[in-house]
Design a protein around this ligand. Structure first.
Ligand code: GLP
Length: 225
């Protein structure tokens, strides 16, 4: 636990950069699982600062984002594609080919195959070294809403009412929030070698307590951590 959000973000950024540099020295790639939402924004700012001021290259970084709304166009200001490019990718030197974000534009008829491919891509990249997570009020990690199985993999999910309500302001109204999302599964997340769940503010206290104190249950997917 850290004193405040800035300290916590700096701590996680340092852990990420140490891993990137260590892998660089060995001529290896560093595979990061990335999250969206307001929580990791300070972490991304700190990574950008380290890249620019401390001249650390991110060329050996491969990324896999946790989730994306479905359907959503990449160019939508609300897509996680836009969020990630604006808040991180535009400002660092991760090669575009190394960036993976679930595709909110994929045709429904190809979705299952697409999700299987996403899993295969993670596997062929060598698995996730560090996974960043936030937590939703529903206890979701990624978009694994209550009811998600511990054995779930990347798939299409129906979003919880609480999750859609929380996104309503950003989308200028509940009716504009997509009903579905593509998300890595709980099992996909649990396979990461290290996981940092970041949660700040009083608003998250109740669900964090539940995540830490309850026995693993599909009612609160974060308990599987
Ligand atoms: C969204 C994302 C989650 C994120 C959650 C919390 O639902 N899909 O990955 O953890 O929001 O968001 P915030 O950090 O804004 O509280």
């Amino acid at each position: 636990m850290c004193k405040n959000a800035t300290d916590a973000s700096k701590f996680v950024a340092t852990q990420i950069v140490l891993q990137i540099v260590e892998k660089q020295k060995k001529g290896q790639t560093c595979v990061l699982g990335l999250a969206t939402g307001s929580t990791p924004l300070t972490l991304y700012k700190e990574l950008i600062r380290i890249h620019k001021e401390e001249k650390i290259s991110f060329k050996n970084v491969v990324t896999f984002n946790l989730d994306e709304y479905y359907p959503i166009s990449k160019s939508s200001p609300h897509s996680y594609y836009t969020y990630m490019h604006n808040n991180l990718f535009k400002h660092v030197d991760i090669p575009e080919a190394n960036i993976h974000i679930p595709d909110g534009e994929i045709d429904k008829s190809h979705l299952q195959e697409y999700c299987r491919q996403y899993e295969s891509l993670i596997e062929s990249a060598g698995g996730i070294d560090i996974q960043i997570l936030g937590i939703g009020r529903s206890g979701h990690i990624g978009f694994n809403e209550p009811g998600s199985s511990q054995h779930s993999l990347t798939r299409l999910v129906y979003l919880d009412k609480k999750t859609r309500e929380d996104a309503a302001d950003t989308f200028s109204g509940l009716e504009n929030v997509p009903q579905f999302a593509i998300t890595m599964g709980i099992d996909t997340i649990l396979q990461a070698r290290r996981i940092f769940l970041m949660a700040f503010s009083e608003g998250k206290a109740k669900i964090v307590a539940e995540a830490c104190e309850s026995n693993p249950t599909t009612e609160c997917p974060a308990t599987f951590l």
